[in-house]
Design a protein around this ligand. Structure first.
Ligand SMILES: C[S@@+](CC[C@H](N)C(=O)[O-])C[C@H]1O[C@@H](n2cnc3c(N)ncnc32)[C@H](O)[C@@H]1O
Length: 234
């Protein structure tokens, strides 16, 4: 990959192929950073069930999506609010990092309607957490019935995953975007562009960063499609 990032411009939206830690600080202020960064968790084990899952967990390990991320990329000098997905095992480090950086935060969750049928000496993996933190003026938006902290949704089916092991469902991202204040949204770990799809549908301006060229190409295709659909409707 070259030192200069590849940039794809789609109407007012910009997608960067490159390293989030190098690129995000150069982008300046965004009203919200909404992101699903690499989780940090123990990826060993799983036995026969893991084998039967068509290598999803193996792909996570191959792409190093179980090694966590550098929390300092979430910077209140660069965004009014942040929504950050995280694994159960990350909460004890992420929450103290965010405490005091933003004015307030809420711990929210996506409750899966089709959780994996194992518990591995732990709890069933039936929820994924996200933290929404905000500075003054960037508090959660929406009517009272849009302000639930729990989203109920099915996981994305294998054939709708675009070859990515951890795609977030559209309905989850749509709900999160309804709670975001402002006009500009950045996802530094955009994967296949699910945040961008939701943001553009809601009429917001999206900037995304992804370092994997295959996932980047998927994000470009998805964002282009939703942008063109929005133009056709206008
Ligand atoms: C958990 S996935 C995001 C999936 C996304 N929510 C979706 O629905 O497609 C995290 C993504 O961050 C990317 N990533 C990891 N480290 C990165 C870095 N330093 N710079 C840019 N992208 C990175 C990975 O390739 C992966 O696609």
């Amino acid at each position: 990959m070259s030192a200069v990032p590849d940039i794809v411009t789609i109407g007012p939206h910009r997608l960067y192929l490159g390293d989030a830690y190098a690129i995000r600080p150069t982008l300046g202020w965004m009203d919200a950073d909404v992101t699903d960064p690499p989780y940090e968790f123990r990826a060993e084990g799983g036995g026969e069930y893991r084998k039967a899952r068509n290598g999803n967990m193996d792909q996570i390990v191959r792409e190093q999506l179980h090694k966590g991320f550098d929390h300092r990329i979430i910077n209140p000098l660069l965004c009014g609010a942040a929504v950050v997905f995280c694994h159960n095992d990350q909460l004890s480090k992420l929450l103290p990092y965010l405490d005091g950086l933003f004015e307030r935060f809420a711990l929210c969750m996506w409750r899966k309607r089709n959780p994996q049928p194992f518990a591995n000496k732990h709890y069933r993996p039936d929820v994924e957490f996200y933290v929404h933190c905000w500075s003054r003026g960037y508090h959660p938006q929406g009517d009272i019935d849009q302000k639930d902290r729990v989203i109920e949704a099915y996981s994305v089916r294998r054939e709708a995953k675009f070859g990515h092991p951890t795609v977030k469902p559209d309905s989850v991202m749509d709900k999160i975007i309804t709670n975001i204040a402002g006009r500009t949204v950045c996802d530094p770990f955009m994967g296949t562009g699910s945040t961008g799809v939701a943001a553009i549908k809601a009429g917001l301006i999206f900037t995304g960063i992804e370092h994997n060229p295959d996932h980047f190409a998927t994000a470009v295709a998805r964002v282009t499609q939703v942008y063109e659909a929005a133009l056709a409707k206008a």
